[in-house]
Design a binder for this molecule. Structure first.
Ligand code: KG4
Ligand code: ZN
Length: 346
């Protein structure tokens, strides 16, 4: 289990949030001014690795096992009791229905028991706002790139709750491209971090894998051609050779990165926005972070990256998004249902 703790006095009003949309069970506590006090994650990666991907039934059973101890642990981390919590929140979508139900049922039960408000949070809004968690400033207008296992989106943020979709993937998400290529290479699930690691030792120019810019002006993405290109190249290669494997990983990663970085810069220019943010599991990628830093500096853009431990799924980002909503007068009815396809933009 991983945890983050920050010093805090126990009299600060706070919100407790749960995340259980996929294969991580997580709980976090955030002050109402948006400071993360405690964050714990019970990862199920080892369990699902043997199946090569997430098995929904197995995920929800494990969420049930982990959710109560996690709540107790984050409360203990900050020396608070349930009675000290001002509001409870949970991810209500998008994600696996049977997994979403565990976190939301728990958060609703806590809010009924403590007679405190409940907030249903969009998982993608959690990712979207997460770069602002280490900024110490308010959420500000920006162009945001979200790159996760299920989504690749360019979003214009006008203010909290007012988002405009600029582009999304037409097929695979960036994380999905990493994971599918990794699977073809015989690497364990999830493939993104494995490719990241191997790419460090490889030559990004070894293979000229396609960069799908669609028509040059498009802000949409497509990664399925890359997957096919790797599939055709593989029979010609000996990926048992460590250097060949590292070169393939570095070249695939370079192809994904170039498209993500250039489309983000294009979106910012077109929106006349100087602040750009990047979040989601893929934003952990070291090559992507380096390329973004260099390219944004060159383009005169101010870049906010989600903190590495807040890139992949966690409840800290859910707590932070819930706080932003709560502070603008939002709460959710207890009847609010989970939605596996919940959209960020209406
Ligand atoms: O945001 P996330 O934890 O879950 C979703 O909401 O989907 O993202 C998970 C995705 C997976 O596809 C995983 O392979 C990818 O993020 N990922 C990475 C890295 N760490 C996680 N991809 C590339 N490089 C990484 N270091
Ligand atoms: Zn996610």
């Amino acid at each position: 289990m991983s945890s983050t703790q920050h010093s805090a006095s126990s009299d600060q009003p706070c919100l407790l949030a749960l995340e259980s949309s996929c294969d991580e069970t997580a709980a976090a506590i955030c002050t109402l001014d948006g400071r993360l006090l405690a964050s714990r994650i019970a990862s199920q990666i080892e369990i699902h690795r043997q199946y090569g991907g997430v098995v929904p039934e197995v995920a929800s059973r494990n969420h049930i096992l982990h959710v109560r101890p996690l709540v107790a642990q984050v409360l203990a981390d900050v020396g608070k009791t349930l009675g000290d919590v001002t509001a409870f929140a949970a991810t209500s979508g998008p994600g696996l229905v049977s997994s979403l139900l565990i976190g939301t049922s728990m958060a609703k039960a806590l809010s009924v028991a403590e007679n405190k408000p409940f907030l249903a949070v969009n998982h993608m809004e959690g990712h979207l706002l997460s770069p602002f968690m280490n900024d110490n400033g308010p959420v500000r207008p920006c162009v945001a790139l979200i790159v996760s296992g299920g989504h690749t989106m360019l979003v214009r943020v006008h203010e909290v709750g007012r988002y405009e979709l600029l582009g999304r993937t037409r097929d695979d998400a960036a994380g999905e491209a990493f994971d599918k290529v990794a699977k073809m290479l015989g690497l364990p699930y999830p493939g993104g971090p494995e490719i990241d690691k191997l790419a460090q030792r490889g030559d990004p120019a070894a293979f000229a894998f396609p960069r799908s810019f669609l028509d040059g002006a498009s802000l949409e993405f497509s990664f399925s051609g890359l997957k096919t290109a790797v599939l055709y190249e593989l029979p010609k290669l000996n990926v048992k050779n460590e250097q060949v494997l590292a070169d393939v990983c570095a070249s695939v990663q370079a192809a994904i990165i170039e498209v993500l970085v250039e489309k983000l810069v294009l979106a910012a220019k077109r929106s006349r926005e100087t602040l750009v943010t990047v979040s989601g599991g893929v934003s952990c990628n070291r090559g992507l972070r380096e390329a973004l830093t260099a390219r944004c500096a060159k383009a005169g853009l101010h870049l906010l990256l989600a903190r590495p431990d807040l890139c992949t799924d966690n409840a800290g980002m859910i707590a932070f998004a819930a706080v932003q909503r709560f502070n603008t007068g939002h709460t959710s009815p207890l009847e609010a249902d989970v939605d596996p396809n919940l959209s960020l933009v209406s």
